[in-house]
Design a protein around this ligand. Structure first.
Ligand code: SF4
Length: 405
């Protein structure tokens, strides 16, 4: 349920707004079942939910007056108690290579900002536009190579704030287009921006159901991917609740190294994580999005990119249908790692490809607008003392090295 605002009291066609219930209900983040219930509670037919969802998510209309297949009386009623409100865009930047980036304000605090990046690419099905969506403001998991982790955790995003990122990305292509000619542009979504999506489970699940809904974005389930650092119990829950593609931020082929790079590994070590991935895979024919898992592996110079790491990875994944995506690291200020050399990345890829894995190297895009993966926080203000502590730790380490050397 969209719990971001208290609903005004709605009973059998009559709107009762109590003095304290002044905040309007934001319809943007409501799934179809929630919106059907909302209309039924108003004494309206539930098919109205599908009509309104189409206006919002397919024609990008935020003014009820433009919803011409809905009676004037109902439009007036909706106007009084509802709104359709995407998060406020405080910064937008469109790269020469087609990459687009938005910074959204999602609260009053100085650091209440999240980022969304859209990356275009060509594939055999035509032009692809992949949107990387954030699920939390900051992140509590503190992966050592991730700039978001250095910001600490502020709060979960609501469904309206999550789906609002997709709405805005589509709308950015439609602003000048007449309502009747508007169509959706984003073809793929990855829940891979700021935050760990499985730690904001209900809001992410509800948002993904809107992405898949034919009355909203109608996206193919194979084109909606949730990326997790490995919250094992929630992977099992996800398998029961929805059919979307799964990606794992793996980044290390053994527990010792992964404990350091992705600390949640101490709670859910590799054996448990790989077993959860195997359970997630279905044998339900080609229709399922769950035929394989995508393994994300950031290439850190001299840390996880050696030939023995490639061999360990082969062993780890030998019984898991998977595709591997190698990500050249994008250093951020005070990052304790560097990017692996091109030759090192290609050699790593060759080892995996020769063993029969589909293994790709992610192209870095949008460098001119600071939109590459791992730089999502960009200029976002530091909301906790974690970044300061991190810088202090690096300075101390450098001091020790200087005095030893
Ligand atoms: S990599 Fe993902 S899970 Fe890890 S700190 Fe960054 S945002 Fe959080």
């Amino acid at each position: 349920m969209n719990s971001e605002v208290a609903h005004p009291s709605v009973a059998q066609g009559e709107i009762k707004t109590s003095p304290e219930a002044i905040q309007k209900v934001n319809l943007l983040g409501m799934s179809r079942s929630e919106m059907e219930k909302f209309f039924e509670d108003m004494g309206e037919k539930k098919f109205r939910a599908g009509q309104v969802m189409k206006w919002i998510h397919q024609f990008f209309v935020t003014d009820f007056a433009e919803m011409t297949n809905i009676s004037g009386k109902l439009r007036e009623k909706l106007e009084k108690i509802c709104e359709i409100k995407a998060p406020e865009v405080v910064h937008r930047n469109y790269s020469k290579d087609g990459t687009r980036k938005w910074v959204f304000r999602v609260g009053d605090g100085e650091g209440s900002l999240v980022e969304t990046v859209l990356i275009p690419a060509e594939d055999k099905t035509g032009e692809r536009k992949t949107l990387c969506i954030s699920s939390q403001v900051g992140c509590a998991l503190d992966c050592s190579f991730c700039s978001t982790g250095k910001q600490g955790f502020q709060r979960d995003l609501t469904p309206a704030e999550i789906i609002g990122q997709l709405w805005m990305a589509n709308f950015s292509y439609m602003e000048e287009v007449p309502v009747a000619e508007r169509e959706r542009s984003v073809t793929n979504v990855v829940m891979m921006g700021m935050g760990e999506p499985l730690l904001n489970y209900d809001a992410v699940l509800s948002s993904m159901s809107i992405m898949l809904d034919d009355f909203a974005y109608g996206m193919s389930k194979r084109r909606v991917t949730l990326s997790t650092s490995g919250v094992v119990p929630k992977i099992d829950q996800l398998a029961k609740d929805i059919d979307v593609a799964l990606a794992i931020s793996l980044h290390a082929p053994n527990d010792e190294l992964r404990n350091e790079l992705v600390p949640i590994n101490k709670k859910y070590p590799l054996e448990q994580l790989i077993a959860a991935c195997q359970r997630y895979i279905t044998k339900d024919g080609n229709e399922s999005a769950r035929k394989h898992v995508t393994i994300e592996y950031v290439m850190l110079d001299g840390v996880n990119d050696k030939p023995e790491h490639a061999q360990q990875l082969l062993k780890l994944l030998k019984n898991l249908p998977s595709k591997i995506n190698l990500i050249p690291f994008n250093p951020f200020p005070h990052a304790p790692y560097g990017r692996s050399s091109r030759n090192r990345i290609i050699a790593f890829q060759k080892t995996l490809s020769d063993a029969g894995f589909v293994c790709t190297i992610r192209q870095t895009r949008g460098d001119d607008i600071d939109a590459a993966c791992g730089q999502l926080v960009g200029q976002v203000a530091d909301r906790t003392r974690r970044a300061a502590q991190w810088k202090k730790k690096i300075a101390e380490k450098n001091e020790i090295l200087r005095s030893e050397g």
